[in-house]
Design a protein around this ligand. Sequence first.
Ligand code: ADP
Ligand code: MG
Length: 248
Amino acid sequence: MLKVEDLTVRVGGREILKGVSLEVGEGEIVALLGPNGSGKSTLLHTIMGRPGYDLVSGRILLNGRDITDLSPYERARLGIGMVMQLPPALKGVKLRELLKRLSSVYGVDSEHLRKLSEELRASNLLDRDLHRGFSGGEMKRVELLLLAAQSPKLALLDEPDSGVDLESLPLLGRTINEIVGASDNRAREKRSAIIVTHVGKILNHIRPVNRAYVMLDGRISCFGNPRDLIEDIERYGFDECLRCLKVI
Ligand code: ADP
Ligand code: MG
């Protein structure tokens, strides 16, 4: 589904990603772990094609097609959707209107979205300016609702569990499972996702994750079984990842 090859990326004149490669197969969910500032969000923004993330080298392939030079809009139309860690507030953009447009562009049933907005306790936010004055939890729930309206083949989820109270995690987990669900009636295709999580809390609430990658200082330092990696990180912290690297 997605192949990221040796990405080196500069942001604001600084090299943030230093040769990142990873793969996400069709139907796979992978977790991306790593301390603050290691480059996780930068990687997702680069995959989405956000301006300001300057590619020094490397390429991004979606189902074998090189999408490195495509605009975010074109990538979205090919099936990539993203939940931002800190989505911008958009004055004058109403959630209701945006949902309507997305559901018509991406052919998602509006009744399904109405139900989902109730489930996600977002009905009272429909006529407000998007993310303006939203609480952390409201932002995350609305971002998932917007992602559902895109019905993406590849979902990029940047810390969907940060700033969210523990009671909301099962609800967010259920919604992510639905978005990344095993199959879709229209296309009968498997969905894939990259989930960035600082502490891994959300992973207890979604369907099994195939692989976890650890990112340190702009590089993928290792990958493996998510449960084992998270257990080690919880016990020893990311410092141990650094030591582990030095041993290698
Ligand atoms: P993570 O998501 O792993 O916490 P980020 O990808 O957000 O990390 O950031 C990685 C590094 O890139 C940080 O040191 C951050 O300060 C830097 N960075 C991110 N955006 C910019 C920018 N627009 N200008 C300069 N540096 C940036
Ligand atoms: Mg981040």
